[in-house]
Design a protein. Structure first.
Length: 754
């Protein structure tokens, strides 16, 4: 559509003469308007200049000009009797310039309309009469040689002109293949009036007329079903006509009979929303319906004439919820509700049961194609369930519980406290007479159910907490598994790049194998782990030997380049003690200004300790080496002869994990101005063997983040799994941790606890 312009006629003429396509089109529009609404003489005087300007603009590729020429030549293809009909067809509400030019050309070529031609009386042509439109749409054109109408419309289509596509597709269906029959064209036109299409303004009244025409006359079941459904929705929503629930329900019934997918879904949603609003939208929705089917089946065996259970069973069978869909059986249940009330002794004596009766009747009307005449079809309570597009997820529409006993039993079985409370609330809102008595008689039962549900909820919550805690512990176990592999892995990596000592390879590999074994037992079978520990109480392994192996792995790990950050205070303390830097250098200054010195110390220490290992040094010189660079480490009570086990067995692997964690933390957080020793003390206490580690530290050093804290979490879980205890350090400068093991897990001779 061409936008309004403020250019004068003289400016348009000047621009048109130099080939401006828009100016040529606008000038043709001006000539057309002056002819249409001034005098009949101008109709003939202006046609040639207007047509010339229009042709030039179209040749220059101006889409509106091409569309206007297409309409003009399209009308010339019809006989004179159709001229008025074509004028009606070509002119829509909110006309644009292209159509006004085409109207001018059409009138000029076909003859004037009787009477005065003004904008006011042309308004009567703005709406499309359905009968006139159907006559025009029955005509078909085939492209002939040099078909001006088809060619100009196609040119406009190629530039994205949607209205040109509409007119071309309507009039040349054989050549475009887009519209194959009259009904499809009418449906497209109706849709255009629903949403608006370019110059076709939304007009629900016309759209509804077209939908009703298609619903009444179309032989295409797909189109007829769509038309019925669209008409039903418009009558429900008061869109295009006065709200009419009865017409809406009848059209919905017809759409269902024609198997329209949207109508079928709305039909199913309405019945489920009415009967089982509590189940709609639940994650276990199908489980709920299966429970309902089993419940109704049992109820009908006990009370064959139960009104609500009969209806509910019909709903479940009709739509295959909780069971296989069986429409014949469903109809039998609904027929029992509708047609045999008196013979089976059923009673429909309140508002909710009225709705049950009407819902059953509507189902039968849809399935058996009953005629008109249902007085209940316009009842707002009934229609409310069919107006919505989707299922409701609450009981706002239906405060009347169809089968309260079913919902209460379901709530108790599935421990649903909220649903139980909703049942009680619905009793308070319900207009059903028997619900007042039911509320009183079931109050105690409901209270008991709430208590049971709360107990189950607490138990379920505790089970979930335990499961989450177990999962958390498993995650920590896996994390520590990877962490404890780091020390033997660093030993292998160092050995690969330096001495290549076979003994070190073997020790690291056997240690990793033992760790893999114990971590597997920790994460899967703690009882089996205890049994294995009890069986492993003889062998060549002892406390001193396993400590020595663990110390070597810990040092090779901490002395690697990747770990220097967590023992930085030791490099700084050594440099100060040996006058390698000023005594006042802070940790920050050391990190920023002494990196090369730190790297050199790291390299020298790593090489020096590796040489000790290469010389097969005993524990005493290794502890002396440690004291010169880190701190003095005192071992007390490690000479226990009654604690023996297999080398690299399950007990050694367990002790390796504990020693590793204690030593790593001692190196990380050691800080003592007096150079106090780190003390590892093995003691007997209350039928337990206890490892106590006292690590001098400071509040400042402890607050520095040097790890994830998962080690203590893991040791706590490990102690619990084997019936032992891990005591975490308290926030004091004397950093003390303890890990105890029951005597029966370690002592080879329980009579000897020396």
């Amino acid at each position: 559509m061409t936008e309004n312009t403020t250019r004068t006629l003289a400016e348009l003429q000047q621009l048109a003469e130099v080939g401006d396509a828009q100016a040529q089109f606008e000038l043709a529009h001006c000539l057309s308007l002056s002819a249409l609404y001034s005098s009949s003489a101008l109709l003939h005087n202006n046609i040639e200049p207007a047509l010339s300007l229009l042709g030039k603009a179209a040749e220059h590729g101006y889409a509106d000009a091409q569309f206007s020429l297409g309409l003009y030549w399209l009308c010339n293809q019809y006989d004179a009797l159709a001229s008025v009909e074509l004028k009606q067809w070509a002119i829509e509400k909110h006309r644009d310039a292209a159509k006004e030019i085409a109207l001018f050309l059409i009138i000029t070529s076909c003859g004037n309309i009787e009477g005065n031609l003004t904008r006011e009386n042309l308004q009567s042509l703005f709406y499309i009469d359905s009968e006139v439109t159907k006559k025009i749409l029955q005509r078909r054109l085939t492209v002939v040689s040099d078909d001006q109408a088809f060619n100009w419309l196609t040119a406009a289509v190629q530039q994205g002109h949607s209205e040109a596509a509409f007119f071309r597709d309507v009039c040349y269906p054989e050549n475009t293949g887009t519209l194959q029959n009259q009904d499809a064209m009418l449906m497209r036109l109706a849709n255009a009036y629903v949403i608006g299409l370019n110059d076709i303004a939304p007009n629900p009244l016309i759209a509804l007329q077209y939908f009703e025409e298609l619903a009444k006359y179309s032989e295409d079941e797909c189109l007829a079903g769509e038309a019925c459904f669209r008409a039903a929705v418009m009558y429900f929503d008061e869109n295009g006509a006065k709200q009419d629930y009865k017409k809406g329900m009848k059209y919905l019934r017809d759409a269902i009979n024609l198997k329209h997918a949207g109508a079928m879904q709305r039909w199913e949603n309405a019945f489920l929303q009415f009967t089982f609003p509590e189940f709609i939208g639940r994650e276990n929705e199908e489980v709920c319906f299966r429970f309902a089917f089993d419940w109704c089946e049992k109820r009908l065996r006990e009370v064959a004439d139960d009104y609500e259970a009969t209806f509910a069973m019909g709903v479940l069978l009709a739509f295959g919820r909780g069971c296989r869909a069986e429409s014949t059986q469903a109809e039998a249940y609904f027929q029992k509700i509708h047609g045999e009330v008196n013979s089976v002794g059923m009673v429909a004596n309140d508002e909710s049961n009225d709705l049950i009766f009407w819902m059953a009747s509507f189902y039968l009307a849809c399935k058996q194609n009953w005629g008109n005449g249902f007085a209940y079809l316009d009842d707002p309570r009934l229609v409310a369930f069919f107006k919505a597009d989707s299922q409701a997820t609450s009981m706002q529409i239906n405060p009347n519980l169809v089968i309260p006993a079913l919902i209460i039993d379901f709530s108790r079985s599935f421990n649903d406290i909220k649903l139980l409370q909703a049942v009680l609330d619905s009793f308070k809102l319900s207009p059903r007479r028997e619900h007042a008595a039911l509320q009183l008689s079931m109050r105690d039962k409901l209270a008991e159910a709430l208590l049971d549900a709360e107990a189950k909820r607490i138990e379920a919550s505790e089970q979930q907490r335990r499961a989450e805690h177990a999962e958390y512990e498993l995650e920590q176990t896996m994390s520590m598994f990877a962490h404890k592999f780091r020390s033997p892995l660093d030993a292998i990596l160092y050995n690969s790049g330096h001495e290549h000592q076979p003994k070190l390879y073997i020790q690291a590999a056997q240690t990793m194998q033992g760790l893999l074994d114990i971590f597997s037992l920790i994460s899967t079978d703690a009882d089996k782990l205890q049994d294995r520990l009890k069986q492993d109480r003889q062998g060549e392994g002892n406390l001193v030997s396993v400590f020595g192996k663990t110390l070597d792995m810990v040092l090779l790990h901490l002395l690697s380049p990747s770990a220097k950050g967590i023992i930085r205070q030791h490099y700084l303390g050594y440099a100060k003690a040996h006058d390698l830097c000023d005594a006042g250098v802070s940790t920050k200054q050391w990190y920023e200004d002494y990196r090369e010195m730190e790297q050199q110390l790291q390299h020298d220490w790593e090489q020096s300790y590796a040489q000790l290992l290469g010389q097969s040094a005993t524990l005493e010189p290794r502890l002396a080496w440690l004291e010169q660079r880190f701190f003095k480490l005192e071992l007390l009570g490690f000479g226990r002869i009654n604690i023996q086990f297999e080398e690299y067995g399950i007990t050694e692997s367990l002790l390796t994990i504990v020693f590793n964690e204690f030593l790593i933390n001692a190196f990380k957080y050691y800080a003592s101005v007096e150079n106090s020793p780190v003390v590892l003390n093995w003691v007997t206490r209350d039928d337990h063997q206890v490892l106590v580690c006292r690590n001098p530290s400071t509040r400042h050093e402890r607050t520095r983040i040097k790890g994830s804290g998962k080690g203590h979490i893991f040791l706590s879980a490990l102690a619990r799994k084997i019936g032992s205890e891990f005591i975490k350090p308290k926030p004091a400068d004397d950093f003390v941790v303890e890990f105890s093991l029951a005597d029966e897990l370690l002592i080879s001779t329980l009579d000897d606890k020396q």
